[in-house]
Write a protein that binds this ligand. Structure first.
Ligand code: URP
Ligand code: ZN
Ligand code: ZN
Length: 460
């Protein structure tokens, strides 16, 4: 099967030009002006942007967490991602404390294999680093194509590891050619503040926010980069929200360290004024919490300065009924926010259309850098001959409104209800196949493939 995309404005992290793209099978086989080819299907992209399929390297699908499961499965979550122009996601396998990495991987494979609609890969979350799990790292990297290992410096008793485990893990992961990623907040400080607020009868969503002040994230981010510097292990800080944490990374870059930072779309466009005494604030209960306007400014600047390389989502949806588990106690509200479908359009509308970032930067942080950092480039993350034909055709002028009534995520509210955006995903190709067109999904569950990733260098 062959397909020709004619006359689109092709945007990559580096280029911006009008040309045709010829696709044979799953890959791009030619790019040029007025290509002299015959194709089975022709799409006219005149006046449209044509950029690489988005890559969201931080999503939690069907994840057991805080006594429940995130409400998007690998099927519903990857389908919603496609609707929003994201063709590949990286989900998190969670090791159970006292159990092996292999067991955890088998559990996640049983959920995702044959059900995912879009392409996906896994990070391995190491929650119990010991001699047994240490011995499994090599196998994950060499045989499973899982080259990133997630750690939590918070969620004590469930996911958190201590600093000696962190250093041991970093040494082993470095040896095997992988990367350690981190939820960098000080779990002990946060637990202290949660207990304090609860003992004072302060139970509303506001106190979720007040239990995780900026210092808890800044301290842990600096500690993480120091440990990464000591071990020489490539590091990646997920869901960075604030100026203080960003300054930690700034120090690391002065040491020429291999440390990357990710922020998420919600931290760029929403702020802590959404938290109050009302339970409605539970919609935005996530960790770390939303921050201040000054932090939003620091994050946009961090993107433009190259200090933040990735904009992800940390998509972790819960139905409103699940959020209500914490109606009388903020510490029981399942932490997480739905955005897998909204990231590309929100970042375009709030970032590119409002002049905060360039189109090339948009592609860089939403598509190309995640592929480079996590060992999928140039198969994924760009438009080039030989790359997978993962392509978004985007109308930069179309206006539309976000709503739970029309989104495809399996969650019954939207954190962006009524937001009017400029710029809409029209057609999405994944490995040469039209998967989304005119707001319809044209592939079935099982179309999504697991992407084995290469070893990482810590450089892009
Ligand atoms: O609130 C969040 N972020 N939920 C998902 C788990 C995590 O910490 O990333
Ligand atoms: Zn986290
Ligand atoms: Zn997360």
């Amino acid at each position: 099967m062959s397909l020709l995309i004619k006359n689109g404005r092709i945007v990559t992290a580096a280029d911006d030009y009008v040309a045709d793209i010829f696709i044979e099978g799953e890959a791009i086989s030619a790019i040029g002006k007025n290509l002299p080819v015959q194709a089975d299907t022709v799409i006219d992209a005149t006046g449209k942007l044509v950029f690489p399929g988005g890559i969201d390297p931080h999503v939690h699908l069907d994840m057991p967490f805080m006594g429940t499961f995130s409400s998007d499965t690998h099927e519903t979550g990857t389908r919603a991602a496609l609707f929003g122009g994201t063709t590949t996601v990286i989900d998190f396998v969670l090791q159970k404390q006292g159990h092996s990495l292999k067991e955890a991987l088998a559990e996640w494979n049983s959920r995702a294999t044959g059900t995912a609609v879009g392409d996906y890969s896994f990070h391995m979350a190491v929650t119990d680093f010991n001699e047994n799990s240490k011995a499994e790292i090599k196998e994950m990297v060499e045989n499973e194509g899982i080259t990133s290992f997630k750690t939590f410096m918070a969620y004590k008793g469930a996911l958190m590891i201590n600093d000696s485990q962190m250093v041991g893990l970093m040494q082993e992961v470095k040896k095997q050619g992988g990367m350690v990623t981190v939820h960098a907040t000080n779990g002990d400080m946060i637990d202290y503040l949660i207990a304090k607020h609860r003992s004072e009868g302060k139970m509303s969503p506001l106190y979720h926010y007040l239990s995780q002040p900026e210092v808890t994230e800044a301290e842990a981010s600096c500690r993480f980069t120091d440990m990464a510097d000591y071990t020489g292990c490539p590091g990646y800080i997920v869901h960075m929200t604030c100026e203080g944490a960003l300054n930690g990374v700034r120090n690391a870059t002065r040491r020429n360290q291999k440390v990357f930072a990710e922020t998420c779309i919600q931290y760029l466009v929403l702020d802590a004024s959404l938290y109050g005494e009302d339970i409605d604030g539970a919609k935005w209960v996530m960790s770390p919490p939303l921050r201040e306007k000054k932090d939003q400014e620091a994050l946009w600047a961090g993107i433009n300065q190259g200090m933040i390389q990735v904009v992800a989502t940390d998509h972790c949806p819960f139905m409103w009924e699940q959020k209500l588990m914490g109606k009388d106690d903020f510490s029981k509200i399942p932490n997480g926010h739905p955005a897998i479908e909204n990231r590309m359009e929100l970042l375009y509308s709030e970032g590119v259309d409002k002049g905060k970032i360039t189109l090339n930067k948009y592609v860089e942080v939403a598509c190309t850098n995640p592929a480079k950092i996590f060992g999928m480039f140039p198969k994924k993350g760009t438009i080039a001959v030989g790359s997978d034909a993962d392509i978004v055709i985007f109308d930069p002028a179309e206006k539309h409104t976000l709503s739970a009534k029309t989104h495809h995520m399996n969650v019954d509210y939207s954190g962006y209800e009524g937001w009017e955006l400029t710029g809409k995903v029209k057609t999405v190709l994944l490995r040469g196949q039209v998967t989304i067109d005119d707001n319809k999904c044209l592939v079935d569950k099982g179309y999504g493939q697991f992407i084995k990733r290469n070893k990482v260098s810590g450089k892009i």
